[in-house]
Design a binder for this molecule. Structure first.
Ligand SMILES: Cc1cc2nc3c(=O)[nH]c(=O)nc-3n(C[C@H](O)[C@H](O)[C@H](O)COP(=O)(O)OP(=O)(O)OC[C@H]3O[C@@H](n4cnc5c(N)ncnc54)[C@H](O)[C@@H]3O)c2cc1C
Length: 510
């Protein structure tokens, strides 16, 4: 058992930014990851301006830029065949472009930079359990690369270990208190961009045809690009059964997309997922916190996960560092941080839920886009760059104007337009009210945004004692949720109270 200030599980976006924020202030931080870097993960990797600013703050920008990505300075949004919005990206700090670097290379840089700030990043190390003392998370037990079981004691345990977070499971926060069952699947592949060297190679392009959305974004190293289709989840199953047939159908469905990638060479295999349930988990408690996807996930359709994970890691590290040595102040700071996180992410969460509805584009949005055509200035793109949130870009007067123009354009279908526009407006008003109210861990679903019917896997079981081969001290300290409850002589105070599930949503005062 060695003593440290903070132990972080997960060493990608949230883990490395939290580690950097803490280690830069001289804190003793250990980061564990079961992966060895460079390591891949199932994710595309558009990084919008807000995320690039986080990379800069972390001091990783020069290293990422050295990986030779395309700098995407423009965005094209196609709404069907006759509406095309073409904008420059607005500036978020010094970044008025989008970057796209595959995860193995990007995340390896983040690990290196965190190490440079003084964090002790241990690869090939798998978390087994959270250790408890007097009702507080007090450290971890993990398996090292040689298969030996080791323990670390720390004032704070951070779970930055992604959607299937073992930390969340061990602290009793596995099941989200709020979630949305989203309906899209993602199918993507890498290819050599036939438009390398042209303006399109500096443009993020999106096509919205029928009920699906697809995108092309140049990546790194040049001339690689990603071609991505986000259609109904059934597309994923079809793509797995018959990759060539499914891809041919995507190209038929999206002629603009097909034209953009025509002639591509070095075309990679299809990768896909239909597992995109969005959620919020309780993300703070005595001596622990969850950052990045471990605590909150939103559908990747709007490409905000990386930015939010970077933001969460940094802000969590900054909030915890000054009070690490005072447990009560630390717990209060963690809870304030969780509330701030929710405020930061709520609008994007609803925005993503909305985009996952399997239905034709809203006629109101199409009219707003139609009016935005021909202007080259940053506007709709600000929602992605996180310069303004959706409610600031799509203001109520703008939505009303869009609805009026949609009715005027389809006078014979006014009733149909209203039938889709009125519920959307009600949803929008409910989202605005929720953001304004700022309730902590609100469980009130927003009809029209949060899709019901989500299910959740059972809490992953703790490895058996034999599999972990824990030391006697480890057994004594492991009295967290579901852990041993019998006091062991000479052990730390058995912390059966920590087995209490996280506070009930909305019962916890902000
Ligand atoms: C298909 C798809 C496409 C996406 N596309 C985009 C996009 O284009 N742009 C964007 O911004 N976001 C995108 N996202 C979201 C983005 O991938 C995530 O939000 C982001 O990776 C979250 O980072 P993180 O650091 O929180 O967790 P992760 O990246 O999930 O990292 C968690 C780490 O924890 C480690 N770990 C887990 N369990 C343990 C354990 N028990 N012991 C030790 N280590 C452990 C893992 O090895 C992993 O390295 C996409 C997501 C998906 C699923």
């Amino acid at each position: 058992m060695t003593d440290h200030d903070v132990v972080i599980v997960g060493s990608r976006l949230a883990g490395t930014t939290a580690a950097s924020a803490l280690a830069r202030k001289g804190r003793d931080v250990v980061v564990l990851d079961r992966a060895r870097f460079p390591s891949d993960t199932l994710s595309t990797h558009v990084l919008f301006g807000g995320g690039i600013e986080e990379i800069r703050r972390m001091g990783a920008f020069e290293r990422i830029a050295a990986l030779d990505p395309s700098f995407l300075r423009e965005v094209e949004l196609h709404f069907g065949p006759d509406v095309k919005v073409h904008e420059r990206w607005g500036a978020n700090g010094r970044s008025d472009y989008v970057l796209c670097v595959p995860r193995p290379e990007q995340d390896a840089v983040l690990v290196d930079v965190a190490r440079g700030h003084g964090a002790d990043v241990r690869e090939g190390c798998e978390l087994l359990d959270v250790l408890w003392r007097a009702g507080r998370a007090a450290g971890v037990r993990y398996r090292d690369p040689d298969g030996d079981v080791r323990e670390l004691r720390a004032k704070l345990v951070i779970g930055a270990d992604g959607r299937r977070s073992t930390v969340a499971a061990r602290v009793g926060a596995w099941r989200p208190y709020r979630a949305s069952r989203n309906g899209r699947g993602l199918v993507f592949r890498y290819l050599d961009d036939p438009q390398a060297g042209t303006r399109l190679n500096e443009t993020l392009s999106q096509w919205r045809d029928g009920t699906s959305i697809c995108m092309v974004f140049p990546s790194a190293p040049r001339p690689r690009a990603v071609a991505l289709v986000m259609g109904p989840a059934a597309d994923v199953h079809r793509a797995r059964r018959d990759p060539d047939g499914a891809w041919a159908e995507f190209l038929r469905r999206h002629p603009g997309f097909a034209e953009r990638i025509a002639g591509a060479t070095n075309v990679g295999k299809l990768r896909s997922t239909a597992d995109t349930t969005a959620y919020f988990r309780p993300s703070s408690g005595p001596g622990w916190a969850l950052a990045g996807d471990a605590g909150h996930f939103k559908d990747p359709i709007i490409g905000q996960g990386q930015r939010d994970a970077l933001w969460m890691g940094r802000t969590l590290g900054e909030a915890a560092e000054p009070v690490l040595d005072d447990p009560a102040a630390l717990d209060a700071a963690l809870r304030r941080w969780e509330q701030e996180r929710d405020q930061e992410c709520l609008s994007a969460y609803h925005f993503a839920n909305n985009e996952t509805r399997i239905q034709p584009q809203s006629p109101v949005l199409v009219e707003i886009a139609r009016r935005a055509q021909g202007r080259h200035d940053p506007d709709l793109g600000d929602m992605f760059a996180r310069i303004r949130d959706q409610q600031e870009v799509l203001t109520l007067p703008r939505l009303m104007g869009g609805a009026a123009r949609a009715i005027a354009r389809h006078p014979g279908h006014a009733r149909d337009v209203l039938r889709s526009a009125l519920p959307d407006l009600r949803t929008d008003l409910a989202i605005r009210a929720e953001i304004r109210r700022g309730r902590f861990r609100s469980t009130r679903p927003i009809a029209g945004s949060e899709h019901p019917g989500w299910t959740w896997p059972a809490t992953p079981r703790r490895p058996t004692v034999d599999a972990c081969a824990p030391t006697p001290a480890a057994t004594a300290a492991a009295s967290g949720p579901g852990g041993p409850t019998t006091p062991v002589p000479g052990a730390d105070i058995p912390a059966t109270s920590a087995a209490t599930p996280s506070p009930t949503p909305e019962q916890v005062p902000a």
